[in-house]
Design a binder for this molecule. Structure first.
Ligand SMILES: [Mg+2]
Length: 409
């Protein structure tokens, strides 16, 4: 029998605002927000619960927030402060287990399976410790896996009707995962955005429960290879481990799962080219170079192969990465061409080059905002200003490729 895991998702409540209140206690209870200027295209990063009552939300244009909430106090973003408190919170979490996976500046998973107490008791103890040590409010979700813990936390936070921080704790007992998820709308599921939700609605699927019991072959016709994974999630199944940054290999990679297996060599090569460009972009943006290029291929029967090669010097240019990746692909394809289910390109053996060049070239891509915030801090306070907490660049950063649009992940 497989041991039941105890996974906790922790989310700091209105984190930026909570930190601002610590620096200026007169803000407490007031309508205020942290965000960009209303003149430009500034958006709200975080808003107090008093401001939320007026309909202010994060990611809302600042100009719109000010219209909805007259008298809203607007503070500019102070990343060094937030980063410092974020580190303190992670340090408290690590007192309970080394298995802490930070997913953003205010969110982390932890695996507390080794602790003997019931998960709800563990969550309460952690929350109390964070409240007392850092004076920050936080909400926790607990379950047997990451997916359900995170959704439990989201739902728990939303269900607290208060004018102040929710400080919620929501735990789902083992065996109740599917029942908990069933009545929720599909958009609560990880990876189901507006577009996927609209597609599912066309199939008559509104709730996670309906998705869980939908005939898989019909789902596969719409979603291809990712249908099974999507349905497993809807049933509350998620085996992904909590990975502390120490365990995550030093690599940046880009993977794509095709909705239908691809045996068109030209298309596969174009994908490698594109993935190489994306990996290069991320390396340069993170001010990194690597000494190894790798490719990953998975076939229709789920067999997976990786091939890697040491580069001649450190690389972070698209064309360099592409050249190595195409040669690796040659070795496999010329030998045994067959339909490919997943393809990926990565660079490992990462190092910082001496000079930091043009951090902000190119467009801001999804998922890069934290990295960019960290880059801003480094620009202002020096490269080592963040090292003591979590070296983000040591994490494996894998992004799905955008244009496989019928793939919900
Ligand atoms: Mg938060």
């Amino acid at each position: 029998m497989i041991a039941v895991r105890k996974i906790i998702h922790l989310d700091l409540d209105a984190f930026f605002c909570a930190v601002e209140e610590l620096y200026d206690p007169t803000l407490r209870g007031k309508k205020f927000a942290v965000g960009g200027s209303p003149d430009g295209r500034g958006v709200i990063s975080s808003c107090s619960y008093a401001a939320r009552k007026f309909g202010v939300r994060s990611a809302m244009p600042t100009s719109q927030a000010l219209r909805r909430c007259p008298g809203l106090i607007l503070l500019s973003v102070n990343h060094p402060h937030y980063s410092e408190y974020s580190c303190r919170v992670i340090a408290v979490m690590k007192k309970f287990t080394p298995l802490v996976e930070q997913v953003s500046i205010d969110e982390a998973f932890m695996d507390v399976s080794d602790l003997p107490e019931p998960i709800a008791d563990i969550a309460r103890t952690i929350q109390k410790e964070i409240n007392e040590t850092t004076h920050l409010p936080c909400s926790l979700g607990g379950a047997t896996n990451k997916l359900v813990a995170k959704i439990a936390n989201n739902i728990g936070k939303k269900s607290v009707k208060t004018d102040t921080y929710p400080n919620a704790i929501t735990c789902i007992p083992p065996g109740y995962e599917a029942a908990f998820l069933a009545p929720l709308t599909v958009s609560e599921l990880w990876g189901v955005g507006q577009k996927s939700a609209a597609l599912l609605k066309n199939l008559g699927i509104l709730t996670i429960g309906q998705l869980a019991s939908y005939p898989l072959p019909m789902l596969q016709r719409k979603y291809g290879n990712s249908a099974a994974g999507l349905q497993a999630h809807a049933r509350g199944i998620d085996n992904r481990p909590v990975q502390s940054e120490a365990e995550i290999a030093k690599s940046i990679s880009q993977e794509t799962t095709f909705s239908r297996d691809v045996d068109d060599e030209a298309r596969l090569r174009r994908m490698i080219q594109r993935q190489s460009d994306q990996v290069g972009f991320r390396l340069r943006k993170a001010n990194l170079r690597g000494d190894t290029v790798k490719i990953k291929l998975r076939w229709g029967d789920f067999q997976t192969l990786t091939r890697q090669v040491k580069t001649n010097g450190l690389v972070n240019q698209d064309s360099q990465i592409n050249d190595y990746a195409q040669k690796l692909f040659d070795e496999v394809w010329l030998n045994d061409p067959k339909p490919v289910r997943l393809i990926g390109v990565g660079v490992t053996g990462l190092e910082h080059p001496v000079e930091q060049l043009e951090l902000f070239t190119g467009q801001n891509q999804r998922g890069d905002s934290l990295m960019q915030a960290l880059d801003e801090i480094r620009l202002r306070y020096g490269k080592n200003s963040l090292k003591r907490c979590i070296d983000l660049e040591s994490r494996t950063i894998t992004f799905p490729t955008a244009d496989e649009s019928d793939d919900p992940y």
